[in-house]
Design a protein around this ligand. Structure first.
Ligand SMILES: [Zn+2]
Length: 212
């Protein structure tokens, strides 16, 4: 359990220790004391030689400081072809099922691809769409399918408002603002007290990432 962990997805390593889940490619993952990580291959950066990354990922996922698999996912705006993205995603979701850790998903203009993968892979762990910026209709479809949503610096306010508080996470991703700024903004948009919001998201983090 972590009392400090507030940010479920970041690429920055300069935040407070233990405050965030730092996302790294397996070959770039160096585990430092007091920090949390997720590891995976982003769909936009797939290339030849990724098998080595998978071998490394397989070794790292058992580490207790690695809390999740990802980010991985689907992106229609990249040159990487669908087949490659699909195989990559299948391997990640298989690994997430095997090691019983949540999957952190990048999804850009590809909800249909994600739902197809979901039918095939039958997730047995939480799937979390990170950096969700979609409309409330898309949020509802994802929530109805059992997924979780993580919101960052930019999001659709109506989509945030239709997300049940027990299915919600917050993140900085690549933003330059702090996670506290994001909590303040979201609390304002939800018209709720920021301490109450923090407590709720921390409960979600403990339940989903620490099995408590
Ligand atoms: Zn990211």
């Amino acid at each position: 359990m972590s009392l400090e962990l507030l940010d479920i997805h970041t690429h920055h390593t300069d935040g407070g220790p233990g405050e965030a889940i730092i996302s790294k490619q397996p070959s770039e993952l160096v585990i430092e004391p007091g920090r949390w990580y997720s590891t995976g291959l982003h769909p936009c950066y797939l290339k030849e030689g990724n098998m080595e990354e998978f071998v490394m990922m397989n070794k790292m996922v058992g580490q207790s400081q690695v809390l999740a698999i990802g980010e991985t996912g689907f992106d229609r705006t990249t040159d990487v072809d669908y087949r490659a993205q699909k195989v990559n995603f299948q391997l990640h979701s298989f690994l997430a099922n095997t090691c019983q850790k949540p999957l952190i998903i990048h999804m850009v203009k590809s909800m249909d691809w994600l739902f197809d993968a979901m039918k095939e892979m039958k997730p047995r762990v939480p799937w979390i769409i990170h950096g969700f910026r979609g409309k409330p209709e898309s949020a509802k479809q994802l929530l109805n399918a059992g997924l979780y949503l993580s919101f960052g610096e930019k999001y659709n306010v109506e989509a945030l408002r239709v997300t049940p508080l027990d299915r919600l996470f917050l993140e900085t991703d690549e933003a330059t603002c702090s996670i506290h700024d994001i909590y303040n903004k979201v609390a304002e948009d939800l018209e709720m007290n920021v301490e109450k919001l923090e407590k709720q998201v921390k409960n979600n983090i403990n339940r989903i990432f620490f099995n408590r």
